[in-house]
Design a protein around this ligand. Sequence first.
Ligand SMILES: *Cc1c(COP(=O)(O)O)cnc(C)c1O
Length: 471
Amino acid sequence: MAHKNYSRREFIWRNSLTGLGAVLTPSFLTNKPPKAAATSSAMPIRSTSFLVTEPPALLGGKPVRTKDWPAWPLWKPEQDEKLLLEVIRSGIWSRDKVVSEFETRWASTVGAKRSLAVVNGTNAIITALAQLNIRGGDEVLVPPYTFIGTVAPILANGAMPVFVDVDPETFQIDPAKIEAKITPRTKAILPVHILGLPANMPQILSIAKKHNLVVIEDACQAHLAEINHQKVGTFGHAGCFSFQNSKNLAIGEGGAIVSNDEAFMDRCFSYHNYGNPYGTVAGAIGTGTLIQGTKLRLTEYQAAIGLAQLKRLDAETTTRNTNAAYLKNKIRHIPGIVPYKLYDSVTRGAFHLFPFRYQKEAFKGLSREVFLKALTAEGIPCSKGYATLNNMPYLNDAFQSKNFQKMYPKEMLSFRTYVERNHCPQNDRLCNEEAVWFTQNMLLGSQSDMDEIASAIEKIHANADKLLSQK
Ligand SMILES: *Cc1c(COP(=O)(O)O)cnc(C)c1O
């Protein structure tokens, strides 16, 4: 029966990743009622020696774990529904007081002067780039190890993404590789705190200062992460967040821009509301549409959900940090398993994902593909993460567009040359060979849940030879 259970779970998990690179569509979580966030169990942890004698679950042995993982997102009717119902019954559903309250809370939570809520993280980045005047003809430095939602906004503004390779130890943009990519067209650096681990902001900021570049942080996975006790998203000119369903603060869809620059935030507000007057964006007679804008407003009921989630975010972040540190320490001695490294200045992670590098040489040459299957079969869902974003067809599609053709010289739009120039070997290795992820909800479990993850990896390591025949 446990075996049957597992098959269903694996089926759904696989399908949730199909075709999406590694977009986190946690349907494998949401197909179950959101019960039992704390999944600690009285079941004793099996010892490693027992596991070594037990065949791998992929070959029909008993899986290390058959229990569910904590559900995501969480919804607690008693404490979460009062405001939401008030909003729904009020009939005031478009942007009003509750959105403003959410913005004020988000700004104070991250320690920024201002925050603007928008429809999603992608449009938060589009808005920030546009209002910092990053447009056609400009180049933006960005890491390739990220979600498409980082890069699409650059193209949407008519700017050119230039990929800077990552540091495989931290999974973040490698500051040592930034300067070589700067050209007279370079206007901005768009560092991503990918996986919820902070990028090296002190170094990035000093390079930006030296070359007079704007810095926009993609903090879409990094709610409450900190460098020297300062929240990420507040280091650059602007920080962008996502509240999509899988994110550590989940609304379903939603996003925010934070900044200390009041005039910039006024322009962002105006832009998200058709360019109508707001704050310092003021017409002589105070009416009429003033700047080129669009419509990106959050609804009142989304904000009500956000306020409910925000109450738990800090405690959840603490749990993720504790479990991540514990798990890292447990698996780092397994040969061929190299967990993430945090920069010394990091005082808190967000751990949207828990990443490690899998080095198959220490597993008798067992491919990452089979390792992932074997680990999933043991009851530990995992994924290989991102595909390489720096050579996909969407780039060429933009280059072939009328706007790009008019904005850039022909030699910049040759896709072949572009792909060569933007080759990032470290990223290739992470994407194509080494990276393995666990999702943030798994880190909301108990210490014994972490023990089971470690046991399952140890079991596969001990049985690697038996798995070699698997495809
Ligand atoms: C989720 C995400 C985005 C986009 O946010 P959406 O709310 O999904 O539009 C951008 N960048 C990164 C790194 C993300 O994880």
